[in-house]
Write a protein that binds this ligand. Structure first.
Ligand SMILES: *[C@@H]1O[C@H](CO)[C@@H](O)[C@H](O)[C@H]1NC(C)=O
Ligand SMILES: *[C@@H]1O[C@H](CO)[C@@H](O)[C@H](O)[C@H]1NC(C)=O
Ligand SMILES: *[C@@H]1O[C@H](CO)[C@@H](O)[C@H](O)[C@H]1NC(C)=O
Length: 335
């Protein structure tokens, strides 16, 4: 069996990677947000310790209106996705990792591996903010301050510590702890330096160039009163597809259309939960050819009536309502 790789599609073309000054000036004027100080901190939140920004990205401070952050959650066994994701996203990533008890140590080893050994470590250092969280009842044996822990040399000779992990041996499995998925989603989104976020699952790889295309799109849309949010309470939903793991993820819509025709790509989770991901006008979207180099809205939908099971992935803002923290994933059911 091949693992399916999933990806998100919003834009049609490879984006131009730098933002025009006029767009930035417009966003600065119109987006109502406050930039944050970028630093590490820790606090107890509900029944969890949260180590926010345990790993600080080298990008440093970012004006809140000027970029989009991909916010997501994982345990250390999913960290193989970080570099492929960043190669396409190339913008800030805010990642919350659940690391209870003895899962903490391999989590740190995995992070060190990504920061020091992986061929993509420059991207990780530049773009990746990492937060750790664990139950107050399932503390790791030792939690060093990040300045100390991140100075340790990684073992670059061995395999990545996040690969080929037998999940039944993980602390979480042995203690039958649920995976607090929405806690992670909320931690990652709260820590975002930018107002606009793509809150997603780490296995969903976005279209290259999405962030500059999206910011240009916003720049074209903002009108009205400075300081008023141009888009709230709207969100911009992305389409999701999957390809077999032995073919590469398409970069453009024409490539995707070819792969859908040949059967190498399929709409996301069509067999598992069609209603959760189909969204309105899927066939029309697939069939429509690219008419503009610019990113645009294809159609407007509502999550109601026929679409009330829809679980869209979208670009929203840090002010969107939090995810319901009572929802967890059971031990065996992650992604
Ligand atoms: C977003 O931030 C990253 C990291 O600083 C930077 O490389 C990228 O160019 C920024 N994107 C835009 C559109 O300014
Ligand atoms: C990928 O795997 C499928 C199923 O085994 C096979 O039919 C297909 O030819 C493979 N494609 C490539 C490009 O290797
Ligand atoms: C697909 O697109 C073609 C032209 O682009 C159009 O003629 C056809 O009616 C469309 N089919 C569907 C099912 O939307």
């Amino acid at each position: 069996m091949f693992r399916l790789i999933s990806f998100l599609v919003l834009t049609f073309i490879l984006g131009i990677s730098c933002l025009e000054k006029s767009t930035l000036a417009k966003l600065k004027k119109f987006v109502n947000c406050e930039s944050k100080a970028y630093k590490s901190s820790h606090a107890i939140y509900k029944d969890y310790w949260v180590l926010e920004n345990y790993v600080l990205a080298e990008h440093g401070d970012i004006p809140c209106y000027s970029n989009v952050t991909y916010t997501t959650h994982a345990d250390y066994t999913y960290l193989d996705n970080v570099v492929p994701l960043l190669e396409r996203w190339r913008s800030p990533l805010s990642l919350a990792i659940y690391a209870p008890g003895t899962d903490f140590e391999p989590t740190i080893q995995s992070i060190l591996y990504l920061l020091q050994c992986h061929p993509g470590h420059d991207l990780v250092r530049q773009l990746c903010s990492i937060h750790l969280y664990f139950d107050v009842e399932h503390l790791p044996q030792v939690v060093l301050p990040p300045e100390t822990a991140l100075k340790e040399p990684a073992n670059c000779n061995g395999p990545p510590p996040y690969e080929n992990v037998f999940k039944g041996n993980m602390y979480r499995a042995r203690n039958t702890l649920d995976y607090p998925v929405n806690m992670g989603r909320n931690i990652a989104r709260r820590a975002s330096l930018t107002h606009y976020v793509l809150a997603s699952d780490i296995e969903l790889y976005p279209t290259p160039g999405l962030v500059p295309d999206y910011l240009h799109f916003l720049g074209r849309k903002v009108i009205g009163i400075p300081g008023q949010q141009p888009t709230s309470p709207l969100v911009h939903v992305l389409r999701i597809f999957e390809v077999m793991s032995n073919v590469s993820v398409p970069n453009t819509k024409p490539e995707l259309q070819e792969m859908l025709k040949s059967g190498e790509a399929v709409p996301f989770h069509m067999e598992i939960c069609e209603a959760c991901h189909r969204g309105p006008n899927l066939e029309e979207w697939i069939n429509a050819s690219v008419v503009s180099q610019e990113l645009n809205v294809f159609n407007v939908g509502h999550r109601s009536e026929n679409n009330n099971n829809w679980e869209p992935i979208f670009v929203g803002t840090v002010e969107d309502p939090p995810y319901d923290e009572r929802l967890t994933w059971e031990v065996s059911g992650t992604v």
